[in-house]
Design a protein around this ligand. Sequence first.
Ligand SMILES: *Cc1c(COP(=O)(O)O)cnc(C)c1O
Length: 431
Amino acid sequence: MSNWIQADQDYVWHPYSAMHSEQPTYPISHANGCMLTLEDGRQLVDGMSSWWCTIHGYNHPVLNQAIQTQLQSMAHVMFGGLTHKPAATLAQKLVELTPEGLQSVFFSDSGSVAVEVALKMAIQYWHSQNFPNKQQFLTVRQGYHGDTFAAMSVCDPITGMHSLFKDSLQRQFFAPAPKTPFGEPLVSDDLTELTQLLEAHHSTIAAVIIEPIVQGAGGMRFYSAEYLSALKQLCEKHQVLLIADEIATGFGRTGKLFACEHASITPDIMTIGKAITGGYMTFAATLTTAHISDSIDQAKPGVFMHGPTFMANPLACATAIASIDLLLSSPWQNNIIRIEQQLKQQLNVCADLACVENVRVLGAIGVVECKHAVNMAVIQDLLVQQGVWIRPFGKLIYLMPPFIISQEELSQLTMAIHAVLKQSVANIFIN
Ligand SMILES: *Cc1c(COP(=O)(O)O)cnc(C)c1O
């Protein structure tokens, strides 16, 4: 075994893993387009876009060029007291592209931090409006907003393992997950409990935080746009801000540039991340309205209390500008429609398998929900044997491929899922 692979096993933690895990981690050598090449030479079609990020595929010449050009002038500089063209240009672009009314941009280094910033913004806003008791948050079950402490406090209590951290986590309010499916008229009692919570506790609630339309890492659920617009109205009625966490959905994944567009709403605060640099750099942003930033400016202490070391990193800003321009100059809507139609056609055959509970597709997201949780060690290896990189979690086997994926590559992904589930190897599920 190569020295570095041994070093990985000896010293490196991987996401949500044991230090010395029974499950394999596959050494990867390089990636190009939609193809990952392992150290042993095997090639895998990427169905994950490296967790929603790599929308243009890997090793893209335009993004490579953007980062190299920026590197010639400066890799990084502190953002306190200094500014640069990539940050200002990107901020202007984001204001133009995001829902009307979002005007003030705070850059940070990851999605979780963007969520922390959003929560702090909401609290500071209400403080500036003389509502210092509004310090808590309301959210829905089966949500995911990141792994730092405040972000974790608004993740689903079960999948977020709140019991492990129960005395360190801020207690928040949880309403049931939205149950009206995407594309359907609102089920009449879908917001009943949420409304009751708002009525009873609005004086201590700063904001509702929710992933618009798609609940991602908390369950890959797609819910009705009518739910989102009704929620926006409820927030206004009860003087509570709405934070839309677009970190997974932003930049086209659901068929709209931002998922809030499905409901034609402007949230008070919006977080974006993941695909913002096309999967090149760790980067995120929190946007809000002029009303909120002005209010924070005008009250004591007159400043917004956050400032990461790597705020507005120029390499990340330059890559984000190039990635957004690349997206907008591509036929991305057609790509998403093409992927959606193919996913619907090809994943539907899985619905007939006895082990499958449900198949659902929205935009460039395809989900096969099984009846039991998958045995990761077994299924991961079977999928790799099929020549695909798909990383299931719990009962969910899902695809969110790069937007540039070819018809053949996408077929390889969907056929691999069907082939693996059809084999019904005895230990493919945990129970
Ligand atoms: C991934 C994700 C986050 C966290 O982003 P990181 O960059 O992993 O910190 C937050 N919210 C949503 C909706 C996400 O999908």
